[in-house]
Write a protein that binds this ligand. Structure first.
Ligand code: ADP
Length: 246
């Protein structure tokens, strides 16, 4: 479903991704871990072209993007590639002036050109799925952080993406609200959604990931099953990181 080959990204003089290689199968959940500043978020943002990589290849679903150095992607190319992904952000990024259901409808109406009726139906069923059917008409400020993030997940799902991308989805939440968001994510993983999750939640990684990817210094240092990477890491940098966080 996803293959990334030799991906590079720099911000001015700072080289952040230095030749990233990985692949994720359809229906599987990959969790990306690694120290702060190692390029995890940048990699995720490159996957949906919120950041444009400098060079490399991304295969996502049935689309292949070959980015050569100093080439420019067309806006239409970016939009059609991005449509395959749904993104869940650290700080939810809901529209504050729209209710929960309107947030979940918005992209369906404006990007996918679905009718309001159809979008509303889909939004309601997704809000039901994340346990927020009864909060549909509330505004973000009337919801807890955990509820807002669940709306964020419903909004990402509403676009029928091939892949869901999560950028530290629980790190802005009070500890007691983390569980409800992780539960929704686990349910999605069990239902066969393809997911890439950047997180510091090691318990989630060990319970829900099919693959754990450890990044450091802009490259993938180690990848494998949760047992392999978290329990018997081979690389000293992985060991050092795990010793610090667990
Ligand atoms: P991680 O998610 O692993 O913490 P990031 O991908 O967020 O790492 O960041 C990697 C490095 O890239 C950091 O040094 C960060 O400051 C830098 N960086 C990220 N985004 C930008 C940007 N838009 N402009 C300049 N530097 C950036």
């Amino acid at each position: 479903m996803i293959t990334i080959d030799n991906l590079y990204k720099r911000f001015d003089k700072l080289e952040v991704l230095k030749g990233v290689n990985l692949s994720i199968e359809k229906g599987k959940t990959a969790v990306i871990i690694g120290p702060s500043g190692s390029g995890k978020t940048t990699l995720l943002r490159c996957l949906n072209l919120l950041e444009i990589p400098d060079k490399g290849t991304i295969v996502l679903g049935n689309k292949t993007l070959n980015i050569a150095e100093n080439s420019r992607l067309k806006q239409s190319e970016i939009v059609s590639f991005r449509k395959q992904t749904g993104m869940v952000f650290q700080n939810y990024s809901l529209f504050p002036h729209l209710t929960a259901i309107e947030n979940v409808m918005e992209g369906q109406v404006t990007v996918l050109k679905r009718s309001k009726d159809e979008s509303r139906k889909k939004a309601l069923s997704l809000l039901e799925k994340v346990g927020l059917r009864d909060r549909a008409d509330m505004y973000p400020f009337q919801l807890s952080g955990g509820q807002q993030q669940r709306v964020g997940i419903a909004r990402a799902m509403a676009m029928d993406p091939e892949v869901l991308l999560f950028d530290e989805p629980t790190s802005a939440l009070d500890p007691e609200l983390v569980g409800e968001v992780l539960k929704v994510m686990k349910d999605l993983a069990n239902e066969g959604m393809t997911m890439v999750v950047v997180t510091h939640e090691m318990k989630f990684a060990s319970e829900a990931a099919d693959q754990v990817i450890f990044m450091d210094g802009g490259v993938v240092v180690e990848k494998g099953t949760p047992e392999e990477v978290l329990n018997v890491p081979k690389n000293p940098r992985t060991m050092q990181f795990l010793n610090k966080v667990t």
